[in-house]
Every structure is written in structure tokens, then in C-alpha cells.
Design a protein around this ligand. Structure first.
Ligand code: C5P
Length: 232
């Protein structure tokens, strides 16, 4: 897969999501479905979006004992999503079990990526709440290497970390990066942001973009601008 823009469809229900996607008559965006929408609508929303020809990143960030994650991933593999994810903090055995569970009888499986440290976690939260005393950048790099050792395909990280992850894990190891804003755009609650063009320069493979597209006066134009800046 080449570089692409993934639109975070952080809507409360199926009606709003499908009304939003109906606006795209040309290129069909790669869609991210997160916890809010999935918990509201269940697997049917994934099937509805897939049936309209979109690729889907199902962002449920699993984190549990290996046996539970393995069984949950087996269920997700039957939904025909293109990318799903988990927390690298669950450890190597959990990630290995996830790969096993996700792999279909014919050997195929969706791409599986790991959240390293959430972008809402900073050095202070890591040290105070998690008792992790290494520098955040080192923790992200180590979690990425552990994800790779478990057989995963990449990580969710900041565009600012994409270069270090590729250096540690190889250029084929995917970096999927939220925290993207147009130059001069609203930051919202994101703290460390880059433009689509900067994310491209920094080596992100996929950018995840929500409000700069979903809340734009013309979402189709905002998506086109994002693709133009990031993919070229
Ligand atoms: O609206 P915005 O562009 O900030 O949306 C970013 C999306 O990426 C949201 O769905 C958010 O939950 C997700 N995300 C993130 N940071 C992470 C992981 C996921 O912003 N570390």
C-alpha cells in the first residue's frame, strides 16, 4: 500500500457518518472508525462503509490478556477491515496472540498496527502514573521494535516520530500518524501537530485526519487539499 489519507469519522451514529461519506462522489476516502461509532452501531457500520467501497481502519485499540485478544481479533478478521490495532503496552505475547487470532484460515489477515504511547501521554504522565522513566522517544522506539518482533505491520505514532520508527524498524514498517493540521488551521486538543506536507517530508505512510476535514465548510475540498499536500 502507498501513502494515503485516512479520514477519522468521529461521528456519533451511522446516519451522520453515511451522510458525510455521501458527499464524496469521486475518490472514496480510507475511513477510520473509532470506539464511539463502533460501540454505537456495532459491526453493521463497518459492513455499511465497506459496502460503499471504502477501505476501513477499525481503531479499537485492544489491550487485554493474550487469549481474549486472540479471540477478539478472530472476530474482527471476519469483518473484512483493512487495518486494525491494539496497544503495544499489552506486551509481546499479547501482540503475538493478536496476529494469530487475526490470521484467517487461508493465511490472509488485515494489517495490524500498535499504539505506542498515546499522544495524550507525555513524559510527566509516563513517569508519575506509569513509573516509566525512559525518555518518551526511546519508549516509542522500543514499543515499535517489540511490535515488529511480534509480527505486526506498523505503529500509530506522531509524524515527528515517524523517522525514528523507520530507522529502528525499517522503511517498510508502517507509520500511521494522527495530529495533522493545515497551516494556520485550528489545533483543537492536539498539541504536537504537523501539516500534511510536513508529515510527507517526515516519512509518514498514512496520515489520520479528523476535524480539519469533517468540520470543514467543504469537506470534499479539504480532503482533496490534504491528498494533494500529502500524496502529491
Ligand atoms: O480531529 P483530529 O484530526 O484531531 O482526529 C485525530 C484522530 O486520530 C482521532 O480519531 C483521534 O482519536 C485519533 N488519534 C489521535 N492520537 C493518537 C491515536 C489516535 O489523535 N495517538
Amino acid at each position: 500500500m502507498g501513502k494515503d489519507v485516512i479520514v477519522a469519522c468521529d461521528f456519533a451514529n451511522a446516519d451522520q457518518t453515511l451522510a458525510f461519506l455521501n458527499r464524496f462522489s469521486g475518490r472514496k476516502p480510507f475511513v477510520k472508525i473509532g470506539m464511539e461509532l463502533f460501540y454505537a452501531e456495532g459491526p453493521a457500520i463497518v459492513q455499511a462503509v465497506k459496502a460503499r467501497g471504502h477501505r476501513v481502519f477499525l481503531d479499537l485499540k485492544l489491550h487485554d490478556i493474550p487469549n481474549t485478544v486472540k479471540k477478539a481479533m478472530a472476530v474482527l478478521s471476519r469483518l473484512d477491515v483493512d487495518i486494525c490495532n491494539l496497544h503495544a503496552g499489552g506486551g509481546l505475547p499479547m501482540m503475538q496472540a493478536a496476529v494469530e487470532g487475526l490470521t484467517r484460515p487461508d493465511g490472509s489477515r488485515p494489517l495490524l498496527i500498535a499504539v505506542t504511547q498515546l499522544t495524550s501521554t507525555d513524559q510527566q504522565v509516563m513517569e508519575r502514573d506509569l513509573l516509566i522513566r525512559e525518555p518518551l522517544a526511546r519508549v516509542v522506539e522500543h514499543y515499535a521494535q517489540t511490535a515488529k518482533a511480534a509480527g505486526l505491520d506498523g505503529v500509530v505514532c506522531s509524524p515527528l516520530e515517524a523517522g525514528a520508527v523507520h530507522a529502528a524498524c525499517g522503511s517498510g514498517f508502517l507509520t500511521v500518524t494522527p495530529g495533522v493540521r493545515f497551516a494556520g488551521g485550528e489545533m483543537g486538543d492536539q498539541k504536537r501537530v504537523t501539516t500534511p506536507a510536513d508529515a510527507k517530508t517526515l516519512g509518514s505512510d498514512y496520515i489520520v485526519v479528523g476535524r480539519p476535514i469533517t468540520a470543514a465548510p467543504d469537506p470534499v475540498a479539504a480532503y482533496a487539499r490534504c491528498c494533494e499536500e500529502f500524496i502529491g
